[in-house]
Design a protein around this ligand. Structure first.
Ligand code: ADP
Ligand code: ZN
Ligand code: ZN
Length: 731
């Protein structure tokens, strides 16, 4: 096949759910791979990414369309990044276009230029400017600006509010000017770390730091350290050497862990540009952060899951904090696991990677045991910080007060009298998880899900936590007209109300998704906890993660029983991680702490193990159970999910798939299903699934490819929404 002389072929990837690439014609000179172009696609015009310059096409030349515009003069993704994404699409058997475009900020997907926006910078007008000694913040601002212009945002993260800047502007010491930022070169080793005192490392910390620092090339480490053992200090010191060599560091944190406190710790240590990347940033902020990673002008990037896909000019180290956290797995669309892809990326770039956790995932423990990761342990808290005492409180036959036993009430009272803070943990927001008619037993159920409505009191409503459907509380039973509707079960609002009655003299704060929705409200609540405005803290897992409250001496988990009967085989692992996480909030400073767990099953082996022996011991025996049952990490799974408003259509699709797939599978690949999903009906959709399991990845991938080929031929597949999840973290 020949091509017209003035035109040649480009192969592009498009953000569409099709497992293939597309060819277009393009006039010379051709855009390099990694450049964006605009192309016609059906009746639409789409942004596409150039992958290669093929010599010929499977499609007849006369049918090929020309591209409509070239968007980039130079590639926005380099060869290595394109290769990583291609590999990711292969591994997850996902439509490649959706994978590539996942790596681009929204504005670039929309065709925006890959350049910084001009922003307002504060400039110092008078090098000699001086303010009175009392105006500490104003002085700080002047000192910072003496080194060069900064934006309001950059000043804000260093504690300079806009009021202070306005005050200085009024005195004509500083002035705001619009400019497009230039890429910064921060590689001036003199002032790398701030004057902040570095603590003397414990023996275990020092060992961990020196082992990681002496690593050459790709080396994965599992840093297992109890909460408060100083993992972050290890990260900081390991990072220092990498930054000194002029290379960038990527720090991945869970969704919920990226608090101002976290960012501040890095900023306090390093005198270097630090960027963040997370879902609460707007499109422009995300693009700017992305650009600053790519051109190397940021030294450290701290971000959630998707930050992993960011291009870097000189990446030298990846750190994954709380590596066991489930938010690293994307649960829709391109269902990747950021930790697993991070390992691949570190391998590709030949750099070290540190996975840190107090409660490592079973996958990582298994990899450490088999020698794939080097394991480093921090078993002690530095200084005088003590490890908490654990207590199981038997709830059987006890008269509870809003889920709190008299014994716990007494213990709470003791701590509060001593001036300490207490924390109560319940992973269920709202007032009660169900509303029931006292006359006839009618239950307020969501019409769209197999679930009860949660009854909320502030503001009053019925709320489905699965599909987000909300409606007003009925004045009486819609079935029998009885006036008395009662809540059953326990939610955080109810615990708050009960404690307000029991301890009216103390400040109480509840922290869950309902009262932290407003921007800045979480930070405000946390500040109230730190400055002693509140003594009683009630919360869901939001409160459990990452925060450091030195005055909390008692932590209670009100209900531990749910996890013991859950159907997912990972439920106990998750519960253990949450328990240790919650327990880690107690006794982090010099005060000894206590962790209390209320349960109807105080003899349960899992609870006994956790309370008396700790996570490592628990994990060891739980891993043996997994091995005996040949469950992950000793085998590998893939899950086909399908849903539709018509249940029969979903059945038909999955049955047809199984019928054709089953006879072609080797005996070593297990095929389970179709089974209904844990919640069969959600938001009006009927959901079923098919699980494939094998003891090696190659066979599992082969089976998935077979299934995908069959699905392509099934008419019933077009009537349902289906997806494939490789290494599912939830069944
Ligand atoms: P982790 O991340 O393991 O939960 P952190 O790194 O947050 O632990 O450390 C807990 C506390 O101990 C922090 O306040 C930290 O500043 C302090 N710390 C860490 N290492 C040391 C050390 N070697 N000496 C004294 N204090 C330390
Ligand atoms: Zn009724
Ligand atoms: Zn619902």
């Amino acid at each position: 096949m020949s091509t017209p002389s003035a035109q040649a072929l480009v192969q592009v990837t498009l953000p569409v759910p099709l497992r293939r690439e597309f060819d277009y014609l393009c006039s010379l000179p051709l855009p390099e791979p990694g450049c964006r172009v605009t192309v016609p696609f059906g009746a639409r015009s789409l942004t596409a990414l150039v992958l290669s310059h093929p010599i010929e096409s499977d499609v007849a030349l006369s049918k090929l369309k020309p591209i409509t515009a070239q968007l980039d003069k130079t590639p926005i993704l380099d060869q290595a990044e394109l290769k990583l994404l291609a590999w990711a699409a292969q591994y997850y058997l996902h439509a490649p276009g959706e994978v590539y475009f996942q790596a681009l900020p929204t504005l670039l997907r929309k065709g925006e230029a890959a350049t910084y926006r001009s922003s307002s910078y504060w400039h110092l007008l008078d090098q000699q400017a001086a303010v009175s000694a009392q105006a500490v913040k104003q002085q700080q601002a002047l000192t910072l600006l003496k080194k060069g212009p900064l934006t309001s945002g950059e000043l804000q993260v260093r504690g300079i509010s806009s009021a202070i800047l306005q005050a200085l502007a009024k005195k004509q010491f500083i002035e705001k000017r619009e400019q497009i930022p230039e890429p910064k070169d921060w590689r001036a080793p003199q002032h790398l770390t701030t004057e902040e005192d570095k603590p003397q490392l414990t023996t275990e910390q020092a060992l961990a730091v020196s082992v990681i620092q002496s690593a050459h090339g790709f080396s994965p480490f599992l840093l297992e350290g109890i909460t408060g053992s100083g993992k972050t200090e290890v990260y900081l010191q390991v990072m220092e050497a990498v930054l000194e060599a002029g290379r960038q560091v990527l720090v991945l944190v869970p969704e919920i862990g990226l608090t101002p406190q976290t960012i501040a710790r890095f900023q306090q240590r390093f005198n270097l540009p630090i960027s963040t990347l997370h879902s609460a940033m707007n499109e422009r902020e995300r693009l700017d952060a992305w650009l600053s990673c790519r051109d190397g002008s940021t030294a450290i990037i701290i971000g959630t899951r998707s930050a992993l896909l960011t291009p870097f000019a000189r990446l030298g180290l990846i750190i994954i904090d709380e590596e066991h956290d489930t938010s690293f797995k994307q649960q829709e669309g391109f269902r990747y696991h950021a930790r697993d892809l991070a390992l691949l990326r570190a391998h590709q770039l030949d750099i070290p990677i540190v996975l840190g956790s107090a409660t490592p995932s079973f996958e990582s423990l298994h990899n450490a045991a088999s020698g794939k990761y080097q394991r480093l342990t921090l078993s002690q808290r530095p200084g005088t910080a003590t490890v908490a005492e654990h207590l199981l409180l038997d709830s059987r036959g006890v008269q509870m007060h809003a889920g709190i036993s008299p014994q716990l009430i007494e213990l709470l009272g003791q701590e509060l009298t001593k001036g300490n803070q207490v924390m109560l943990f319940l992973n269920r927001r709202g007032y009660a998880p169900a509303l029931l008619c006292h006359g006839c037993g009618w239950l307020a159920d969501c019409e769209r899900c197999d679930a009860h409505f949660t009854w909320h009191q502030s503001p009053s409503r019925l709320h489905c936590h699965h599909c987000d459907y909300q409606r007003p509380l009925p004045p009486s039973c819609p079935k029998c007209g009885h006036a008395q509707l009662i809540g059953t079960g326990l939610g955080t609002e109810q615990v708050e109300q009960a404690l307000t009655g029991l301890f009216p003299q103390y400040g109480i704060i509840r922290i869950d998704r309902d009262n932290t929705r407003r921007k800045g409200s979480l930070a405000q609540h946390l500040e109230g906890i730190r400055n002693g405005q509140y003594q009683i803290l009630i919360g869901t897992q939001m409160l459990a993660k990452g925060h450091h409250f030195p005055d909390v001496t008692l932590v209670a988990m009100l209900d531990a029983d749910g996890a013991l009967f859950a159907s997912d085989f990972r439920a106990t692992e998750r519960f253990a991680q949450l328990y240790i996480q919650v327990a880690g909030r107690a006794g982090r400073a010099s005060k000894p702490g206590r962790v209390i767990l209320q349960t109807h099953q105080p003899e349960h082996a899992l609870l006994q193990d956790l309370a008396n022996q700790g996570y490592q011991h628990f994990a060891h025996s739980a891993l043996q159970e997994r091995q005996a049952a040949m469950l992950p990490p000793f085998s590998f799974q893939a899950l086909f999910r399908a849903q539709a408003t018509n249940a029969k259509q979903v059945h038909t699709f999955l049955y047809e798939l199984v019928q054709q797939l089953q006879p072609q599978l080797p005996a070593t690949v297990l095929c389970l299903g179709p089974l209904s999903a844990q919640m069969e009906r959600k938001a009006g959709q009927y959901r079923y699934q098919l699980l494939l399991q094998a003891d090696n990845r190659r066979e599992l991938a082969g089976a998935c490819r077979l299934a995908l080929a069959i699905i392509d031929t099934l008419v019933s597949a077009r009537k349902v929404r289906w997806s494939l999840d490789i290494d599912p973290s939830e069944l």
